[in-house]
Design a protein around this ligand. Structure first.
Ligand code: AMP
Length: 416
């Protein structure tokens, strides 16, 4: 079932959202992007004449009640956003009566799901090495099913709109779907958009396809790099990874961030790119600084010849020109991870120019997906979030999807 094809009139829908919003020390929301992201789904249900039960996690309370992570703190903000009064159920597993009393157009917000260890389904207080761990895990899986069944009993339709947790098989993100038939479970609008954006990158590819992978380490990106080899025409690797490649090629990288145990992996990647006919674009020069601070002295160096005491903190002018050359003609673009230490203004140029090239290619008809943590912070910092095709809300979920893994949250609905 799809959300557009379902009329919620007279139905009670339980919707998993990702309202894990950042709060300041007084419990005020500092960024409401996640609440706004789920609004099209929540508003559609109410506008159809449905009753709405909203559930989410917040933070990592590790299966225990923690008032600092109570969703009661965001009740008013949710009410304002959906334009309706919101009731709050202080115990998500004992909300039977409140859910039963809910009428069309009314909203019930459940307390943080992760106050119950059953939500994540991992045994607590027992070490993985403990001989009793397997039995405890089995028991917790049974309890997780009961918890999911309880949540399911509040409603007759289930909607998953929490892309940020779609890579987890939790009670509210996947297990609950077993208690609804195919006509009464669906992805929300945000999830649909995210899944479609990933499909544009992995299935419906318009060429040339240029992927830009940055960030600090090769080791955390290797899964995606490997999966992208079969899809991309140009693969730009930048950020801190640059120096692992430069050292692997026999260079001197000074104090630059470098994974010495991944030098073979870097050589492997270079060889694989050759074997697969992928144009691998690495930075040839960099901005090196004599301190990890915005006011440090800087010089432009060859990435393979960085003086001792200096470290590469951004890409240099030759690298910028090469990267832009591979981005501008692209018709499909994926960007994950900054080219330098963009948090410091003096080392943000490379990331900013990449961003501008992506925007220009997008204006010329490319599909551009930006996602996975810091590159999202980059497009926001430079004010380009609305100028690329899609900015993903998912960190780990997006990366796992691009690695080619089936997300449990999506599979539970689509029956894959
Ligand atoms: P990741 O979480 O792996 O995507 O890495 C993002 C982080 O990588 C950002 O905080 C950047 O400041 C950092 N980064 C990018 N380039 C460099 C570099 N050349 N040296 C140190 N850190 C870097």
């Amino acid at each position: 079932m799809t959300i557009d094809n379902f009329n919620f009139n007279g139905h009670k829908a339980i919707v998993r959202v990702d309202f894990n919003v950042p709060l300041d020390e007084n419990g005020n929301i500092t960024d409401d992007t996640r609440i706004r992201g789920a609004l099209p789904t929540l508003k559609k249900i109410l506008a159809d004449g449905g009753a709405l039960i909203v559930m989410s996690h917040m933070g990592k309370p590790k299966g225990k009640v923690n008032p600092k992570m109570s969703l009661s703190q965001i009740k008013e903000a949710v009410s304002k956003a959906v334009g309706a009064p919101v009731e709050f159920a202080p115990d998500c597993a004992k909300a039977d009566e409140m859910a039963a009393a809910l009428k069309p157009g009314e909203v019930l917000l459940l307390e943080n799901l992760r106050f119950y260890p059953e939500e994540e389904g991992k045994p607590v207080g027992i070490d993985k090495e403990d001989p009793a761990y397997d039995a405890a895990k089995k028991e917790m899986k049974e309890r997780q099913k009961e918890f999911a069944k309880k949540l399911a009993s509040y409603a007759d339709v289930y909607v998953n709109d929490a892309f940020g947790t779609a890579h987890r098989r939790h009670a509210s993100t996947a297990v609950i779907a077993d208690y609804f038939d195919a006509d009464h479970k669906m992805l929300g609008y945000l999830m649909e958009k995210e899944v479609k954006a990933v499909d544009s990158i992995l299935k419906d590819i318009k060429r040339p396809f240029t992927a830009i992978m940055g960030g600090s380490k090769v080791s955390t990106k290797i899964g995606i790099i490997e999966n992208l080899f079969d899809k991309v025409d140009n693969l730009i690797l930048c950020g801190g990874m640059t120096y692992t490649f430069a050292k692997a090629a026999g260079g001197n990288v000074g104090n630059s961030i470098c994974e010495n145990d991944k030098l073979d992996l870097a050589l492997d990647i270079i060889q694989k790119a050759k074997d697969k006919g992928v144009n691998l674009v690495l930075a040839t020069d960099c901005v090196a600084s004599d301190d990890f601070s915005n006011d440090a002295n800087t010089q432009i160096c060859c990435v393979k010849n960085i003086p001792d005491g200096w470290e590469g903190v951004d890409i240099g002018p030759a690298a910028i020109a090469n990267f832009v050359g591979a981005i501008l003609p692209a018709k499909t673009i994926l960007w994950n991870g900054p080219a330098g230490v963009f948090e410091m203004d003096n080392f943000a140029t490379g990331s900013k120019v990449i961003c501008e090239a992506i925007v220009e290619a997008t204006n010329q008809g490319a599909f551009s997906l930006v996602g996975g943590g810091d590159s999202v912070a980059c497009v926001n910092k430079f004010g380009y979030a609305d100028a690329v095709s899609y900015v993903s809300t998912g960190g780990g979920a997006l990366l796992e999807a691009i690695e080619g893994k089936v997300l449990p949250g999506v599979a539970a609905i689509e029956g894959k």
